[in-house]
Design a protein around this ligand. Sequence first.
Ligand code: MN
Length: 474
Amino acid sequence: MSAIENKEFWLVVGSQHLYGEEALAEVKAHAQTMTDALNESGVLPYPVVLQDLAVSADKITNVMKAVNYRDEVAGVITWMHTFSPAKMWIRGTKLLQKPLLHLATQFNESIPWETIDMDFMNLNQSAHGDREYGFINARLNKNNKVVVGYWERPEVQKQIAEWMDAAVAFNESFNIKVARFGDNMRHVGVTEGDKVEAQIQFGWTVDYYGIGDLVQYVDAVKDEEVDALFDEYAELYEFDYGTYSQEDWEASVKVQASYEIAIKRFLNEGGYNAFTTNFEDLHGMKQLPGLAVQRLMAQGYGFAAEGDWKTAALDRLLKVMSHNQSTGFMEDYTYELAAGQESILQSHMLEVDPTLARSKPKIIVSPLGIGDKEDPARLVFDGKAGDGVVVSMADFGTHYKLLINEVSAFEPTVEAPKLPVARVLWDVKPNFQDGVKAWIENGGGHHTVVSLNLTTDQIIAYAKMVDLEYVTIK
Ligand code: MN
């Protein structure tokens, strides 16, 4: 997962000159203590870098301008140690183009009743400062995150950490480039969308290529490269020859290895970090890419099938947000409707993300049933258990809409010996009937991205950052 390691967040602490230099020195010392504690907590995924105290409109404006043009700065955390008159914040806050978190905390956890005097109260008036500052963010429609609580507490730090991941995903959203090998699947509705609007609103670049452009890369892959990658497969996965001869099986798997090498080369040369395929457009390809796609998903590339570029971009986005943990493209397939066991079988015809596997996947070769190509190799596994979110994005003609449903994934207990694809099982919140009904009524798609690592709050945080309508089902 390239390009997301070197991010940082700036902490801007609000105050003013009214209290004198001695008080400001104390504010600065407290801010440094807090910064060090946050960085040493081990909870935050990215470092916090303390800035000069925000004591004037010019200082605030300058720091926000710097945040905008410095690529390594993914967002701003503000803290009102004292009262900080909010007119000072208007210009800088309006200019800020990156995510903003208002940390409503206070240096001291409790009120020291024995010693508290007016000096102490002037120095420690976060409750007062939070309201003055919050008013301006509300009036400017900043849609910023507000985290409330004592800064040393793990649950407060965890909220900051989760927001940081959403903020980095926001920054990376403008670097998402999707290569589409072929167009959308014919006649399918929900995978369509306005690409210009997606680039304006989310920063996504979506480029079309004819499958022949990829075939050239496949043809150029060397046998030695394929053999080396095949050896890697042998170390990582179980091999299951099924009814095939070892020779035929290996030949089939090596076709996928050549696809993995070719697609990766194509994407990297073009700066793409997400892609789509379409089983209806495979001229010059022997197989539908299956194992190849799964391998690339595991490496952090976003993917969706049947030309569904929206879901491919969303997959990349949520892979960045989740550090590529237990997050991938998915499709609702088959209901389990027995009373008390209601759930949905999730899968795809090949391309299920191995970051969701509960154990070592096995490679099998099996006919595809559709597409009229050679039998493709794929990774087969059962999905892991866990609570998470499933997300779908659809274009409603006038705007994009994001649907977020909380799910509980569980490990299958019954074998499915004839199912030649990976499977993931989950039930939806608040319960099967209401969850499925809400999803359908809101026009949620059959292609989704699921994450057993992310929370609804994180998806909402991103939606707010890009002014995207969202519906939550939980
Ligand atoms: Mn599909």
